[in-house]
Design a protein around this ligand. Structure first.
Ligand code: SAH
Length: 404
């Protein structure tokens, strides 16, 4: 275990929640304006407080020197700025950092910082666990507990920037990009995720460009249909298969919202944005012998013909007791070549932070599952022959599965 940032020392413990006080951390500019108005104050106080929290990293009302003493006292009575609690920080050899964050009795979530040249990407979680149960994702195997609050979503950004020394100063390690690709399905926590992303974009907040804030979805079509009406961010679609038969097995939500519907909705999203040159990122996790055949690549090339997109290939990242294997280098190369020859821009996501299990699909936190899926999975895993063959005790295995 590595160092835990100082911020935990002077902030409230997670169980010291004050039900009567509004947590200002997760409020967007408009919501902060409403808050101050309803407290009988001027709306612009909201902008001042937003800047203190998200631009300067100040979470103590007493340090907000452009607010009068009486207003600061009033804020102490009616409001608070409460961050989620970091319980663990792991630093990988390649500069990747993973944080385990407490969410009270519902369990823990994880977020990951990935530095790469002059770019620093923060992979943010949106839910404690995930309800969608994609067959190749460790988070899905943990089951689902609850949505994160907007404060818990943007709190991840605050914690990362603070740890990297990025408030106010030009730190070398900066968060330049965010991707909603941690635990959970962001579109199933629509309002909170939109509020948090709007703070990431806000010039008085983190000031990231809309091209550098990416929402990734497994295909929640009804919410995707609404997204462009409320925010303009980059969109990634987790496709993983070129036909419904295969996608039904990998991404079960496909049975409800099949590929044609999903691509139509994604295209509509692009059409509603003011900038007509925007593209979707199609994510395709490659698993050995499952979806990595040349035929799949050709089918994918045909399927995406009318969708402005680039394709991001993700070699499958294994986790304990998964039935899938990573794509071979040969198949990956062949798959990529077919798509490039068909005219697509293709990138391959390199695996980072694998010494601390921080790669895509490996984020599991420690979810107190309410669906019993995690329990069923653990039972099944414990019974499986694979486990019995191993020399380690069942208990040890169980601990490893839970902390995968
Ligand atoms: N629920 C959202 C965001 C979370 S996952 C979504 O589905 O898009 C971020 C990406 O990692 C998704 O494309 C997801 O399918 C992929 N992924 C999940 N498990 C993986 C694994 N074991 N190896 C590689 N990629 C994985």
């Amino acid at each position: 275990m590595n160092k835990v940032p100082d911020i935990n020392e002077d902030k409230m413990a997670a169980d010291e929640v004050s039900p009567n006080k509004a947590n200002l951390l997760g409020l967007s500019a408009a919501q902060l304006g409403d808050f101050f108005e309803s407290a009988g104050e001027k709306r612009f106080r909201g902008t001042q407080v937003l800047k203190w929290i998200h631009q300067r990293g100040v979470i103590d009302f007493d340090q907000m020197t452009d607010l009068s003493r009486s207003l600061r006292e009033k804020l102490h009575q009616i409001a608070e700025i409460r961050l989620p609690e970091v319980v663990r920080q792991d630093d990988a050899e390649d500069g990747v950092i993973k944080w385990l964050i407490e969410t009270g009795s519902s369990g823990c979530i994880e977020m990951v910082y990935i530095p790469e040249g002059d770019r620093g990407t923060l992979c943010v979680s949106s839910q404690v666990g995930c309800a969608l149960d994609c067959s190749f994702c460790a988070t899905g195997k943990q089951g689902f507990n609850r949505d994160l609050t907007a404060a818990e979503v943007i709190g991840q950004m605050w914690i990362a920037v603070n740890t990297l020394g990025g408030f106010g100063a030009q730190s070398e390690r900066r968060v330049t990009n965010t991707v909603m690709m941690g635990m959970g399905e962001p579109l199933l926590n629509f309002d909170n995720v939109v509020a948090a992303m709007s703070l990431m974009l806000d010039d008085n907040g983190y000031g990231l460009s809309k091209r550098r804030v990416t929402l990734s979805t497994a295909g929640m079509v009804p919410m995707l249909d609404r997204l462009a009406d409320v925010i303009d961010v980059s969109l990634a679609v987790s496709l993983h298969a070129p036909n419904d038969e295969l996608r039904d097995q990998l991404v079960p939500i496909n049975k409800k919202y099949p590929i044609a519907m999903l691509l139509a909705s994604a295209n509509n999203y692009l059409e509603k944005l003011p900038d007509k040159r925007r593209k979707i990122t199609i994510e395709y996790t490659l698993m050995d012998q499952v979806n990595d055949r040349p035929q799949h690549a050709k089918e994918l090339a045909d399927l995406l013909r009318d969708t402005p997109c680039k394709i991001n290939l993700i070699p499958f990242n294994p986790f304990p007791n998964t039935e899938y294997r990573r794509v071979s280098n040969n198949s990956l190369y062949r798959f990529k070549e077919i798509l490039i020859n068909a005219g697509y821009t293709v990138t391959v996501r390199t695996t980072r932070g694998d010494d601390i299990a921080a790669a895509c699909g490996q984020l599991a936190g420690a979810v107190n599952d309410r669906t019993r899926r995690g329990e069923r999975y653990r039972d099944k895993a414990l019974k499986s022959e694979k486990l019995l063959e191993k020399s380690t005790s069942s208990e040890e295995q169980l601990v490893r599965i839970i902390h995968a």
